[in-house]
Design a protein around this ligand. Structure first.
Ligand code: AMP
Length: 257
């Protein structure tokens, strides 16, 4: 497995890949868990070569403390990439490596990105779409893998790929959960022991309660500070999305109901 830290090195590696080989791209912010592993696994199965990227993208954080406290577990991330079949890990050595323009050029979406998480995290999806477009352009992958746990992100990335006629096919991957039902997330590492006990309630409540208002009050009763809990129609079914805080940690989840 190759570890590349510069855009130049990634371009050089990409140029050396023979024409007939297929490539899968798995973008991450590190602190890898079995959710990320499932994306790597899918890419390994469906492509000749897999590029995993590890970059805590500063432009998608709207709170500097969230950025600073984002968990970093680089050595075990590399072991996970190796175990799940990555051929290349691209881990840019600095933000300037990805933003030689200092974020003067950005990708914006003007509807969905202002709703749900976007309403509470201004600029977040602009940062996400911009970094993902850069990674897609560098990797020139056949497939890129994204988790349904971040369903709004997945919808926006799929929309961007359609809008800009990108060649890479965006592949959705199901949410991987702990045995308790809690969606795996790098931010779970920051939960206090007491909040870890409460956290599985998020999935349980959004799955079990029919009425969204009752679900919201049940979450508040358990100790969550609910940011939003919204039911929306989506191709003939209802998708329920939630964001809620436990202490300093913001958790998101979504289910089809
Ligand atoms: P992150 O490192 O949190 O930015 O996530 C990188 C990718 O992994 C994104 O496409 C996420 O949607 C996906 N991902 C994160 N957690 C999970 C999970 N529990 N199940 C499936 N995919 C996930």
């Amino acid at each position: 497995m190759k570890i590349l830290n510069t855009v130049a090195a990634l371009r050089e590696w990409r140029a050396s890949v023979p024409g007939g080989k297929t490539i899968g791209l798995v973008p991450t912010m590190g602190a890898l868990h079995l959710g990320h592993a499932s994306l790597l696994d899918a890419s390994e199965r469906e492509n000749d070569l897999t590029i995993a990227t590890i970059f805590v993208n500063p432009t998608q954080f709207n709170q500097s403390t969230d950025f600073e406290k984002y968990p970093k577990t680089f050595e075990s991330d590399l072991a996970m990439c190796e175990k799940y079949g990555a051929d290349v890990v691209f881990s840019p050595s600095s933000a300037d490596e990805m933003y030689p323009d200092h974020f003067l050029y950005r990708v914006s979406e003007h509807q969905l990105s202002n709703e749900l998480c976007g309403e509470f995290r201004p600029g977040h999806f602009e940062g996400v779409l911009t970094v993902v477009l850069k990674l897609l352009n560098l990797a020139k992958a056949d497939h890129a893998y994204f988790g349904e746990k971040d369903h709004q992100q997945l919808s926006l990335i799929s929309g961007m790929a359609r809008a800009f006629f990108l060649e890479t096919k965006i592949i959705p991957c199901p949410t991987v959960r702990e045995a308790s039902g809690l969606a795996m997330s790098s931010r779970n590492l920051r939960l206090s022991p007491a909040d870890k006990e409460i956290a599985p309630g998020l999935y349980r409540v959004i799955s079990d309660f029919i009425d969204p208002l009752q679900a919201r009050s049940e979450l508040e009763r358990l100790g969550f500070r609910v940011e939003y809990l919204v039911d929306r129609e989506e191709s003939g079914a209802i998708r329920r999305s939630v964001a809620a805080w436990l202490g300093e940690v913001r958790l998101i989840d979504n289910v089809r109901i």
